[in-house]
Design a protein around this ligand. Structure first.
Ligand code: SF4
Length: 486
């Protein structure tokens, strides 16, 4: 562990206030903040964190606490354990701490998780981590990305009742294979022990309802937190520059935001507060257990946010009242990113809950592989069906040519539709990351398809999608060895 941390035992046994809120259906607010950049004075950042926490603690109208992200605002940032240690040692079970796999081995990440728990931070959300803007493929391939599924599995194996794990999910996907690829991976993470989920940032509430309905249609009723944003113009520009992986800002919404900004920055801010109010109310009516709001970085803003959210929660008596206001506010614009517009269900946002049976799942053709890909698939299955039982370098040339083999430490082809998961530059093995682009492109580059969507497509066509939800696939240890970590 590079932080030289001392274990600080926390004796707040048995209580998890955040989990209690989820279990009892108490709508909560998480205020998002992140580990500061390394070139910031840690004491100053810690002071700001404490002030934010004090403001959150003083809120009485709804449970309010912090969600602290790791390597999200800044890639070169202070160790998350050092940063959160600034918070008062009591009632740390109210907060949620993210743990990023960016540049971190599984052992290091597990150690960080255990230190968090020893300090009383019991609600942990592992994430695989993003690609740093400007990174080339070699940079990404030279770095560890410990997959969230891997840490969830390691935490589950510890069988420590003090840990309450969550998972991130990005429902803002608009092609059939991207939607289902993400949902299969979500279910795998829930199967690996995640007890709640937090969505990616996004504005399309039909997609949030789709997520709830999809899980309910499968009999899964896990609590979910929706992640919202108090947008500023520089953040909007960051999205437009492609520096916020997985965040979809359709042209129609961009035009509205630009028009709001044209009046004045005060007008823009007022419009964002109103949007937050409406979205908070919508999330509650759609069955979310709370919201996590980014962009609230001072106690003053936190207090305004709380007032607005509380007013929004009281403003609408029925779903239909809220829906009318939401539609009026957005002018009924299409929030899908043209030309991609796949939703799992018909008639989303027509009702608060499915009327009787779940609505029809949308019919959308999974792109059928061409004849060349079909023959390749057949040959790979025929030739490599026992590759996991063979030495990794056996038939290397053939595997390289036909399956994109990267000579991993142990072959996993039979678990990944005979397509090498190391084609993913992050080396993720269990499904797509949240950063896939709207049309199915890889987070690293628009011109290459996400390999996990290709795997999902083959699984859907072969009716073998179950294995994408059930089978844990080990990440290759190749990078860890390169970095001197066994
Ligand atoms: S291949 Fe898929 S999972 Fe891997 S980095 Fe690209 S988008 Fe993410």
């Amino acid at each position: 562990m590079n932080a030289g941390l001392q274990l600080e035992m926390n004796f707040d046994h048995g209580i998890n206030r955040f989990q209690n809120c989820l279990d009892n259906g108490v709508f909560s607010l998480l205020v998002e903040t992140g580990a500061p950049a390394l070139d910031t004075e840690l004491e100053h950042a810690a002071e700001r964190l404490k002030n934010l926490e004090a403001a959150a603690s003083a809120v009485s109208v709804l449970p309010t606490s912090l969600a602290i992200t790791d390597k999200y605002l800044y890639y070169d940032c202070w160790n998350i354990c050092d940063f959160i240690s600034a918070l008062p040692s009591e009632r740390r079970d109210r907060h949620v701490v993210y743990l990023s796999g960016f540049g971190t081995s599984p052992d290091q990440l597990l150690e960080t998780a255990n230190i968090c728990v020893a300090k009383g931070f019991r609600n942990l959300v592992p994430v695989s981590g993003n690609i740093r803007p400007g990174d080339q493929e070699a940079d990404v391939r030279g770095r560890d990305y410990t997959e969230s599924v891997t840490l969830l599995k390691l935490l589950r194996n510890q069988n420590n009742a003090r840990i309450f794990s969550g998972t991130a999910v990005n429902p803002f996907k608009y092609t059939k294979d991207a939607c289902f690829g993400n949902y299969y991976k979500l279910i795998k993470k829930l199967n690996m022990g995640a007890g709640f989920m937090v969505t990616h940032l996004g504005w399309d509430l039909a997609k949030l309802q789709e997520l709830r309905w999809y899980l309910s249609s499968r009999g899964m009723y896990y609590p979910a937190i929706a992640r919202l944003w108090m947008l500023t113009q520089d953040k909007m520009e960051k999205i437009l520059r492609g520096e916020m992986p997985g965040v979809v800002l359709p042209g129609s919404l961009r035009k509205i935001l630009e028009a709001e900004f044209r009046y004045s920055s005060t007008q823009f801010e007022a419009a964002q507060w109103r949007r937050l109010q409406l979205y908070a109310a919508g999330c509650k009516l759609l069955g979310f257990s709370g919201i996590q709001v980014a962009g609230i970085d001072t106690p003053e803003k936190l207090n305004i946010a709380v007032q607005r959210i509380a007013a929004g929660l009281h403003e609408f008596d029925t779903f239909y009242q809220w829906r009318a206001a939401y539609r009026e506010h957005l002018g009924q614009i299409d929030l899908s990113p043209y030309p991609y517009s796949f939703y799992v269900f018909e008639k989303l946002l027509s009702n608060q809950h499915p009327q009787g049976e779940f609505p029809q799942m949308r019919v959308a053709k999974t792109p059928v592989p061409g004849i060349g890909e079909k023959i390749g698939d057949f040959l790979r299955r025929f030739m490599f069906f026992q590759a996991n039982n063979q030495a990794p370098n056996e038939r290397y040339i053939l595997k390289k040519l036909m399956a994109g083999c990267h000579a991993c430490s142990a072959c996993r082809l039979p678990q990944t539709m005979y397509i090498c998961p190391e084609k993913c530059p992050k080396g993720l093995a269990n499904g797509p990351c949240g950063g896939t682009r709207p049309g199915g492109g890889c987070e690293l580059s628009t011109v290459r398809e996400c390999v996990h969507l290709r795997i999902a497509r083959h699984a859907i066509l072969r009716n073998e999608a179950d294995m994408l939800e059930d089978d844990f696939v080990f990440q290759s240890t190749l990078r860890n060895k390169k970095n001197g970590v066994e």
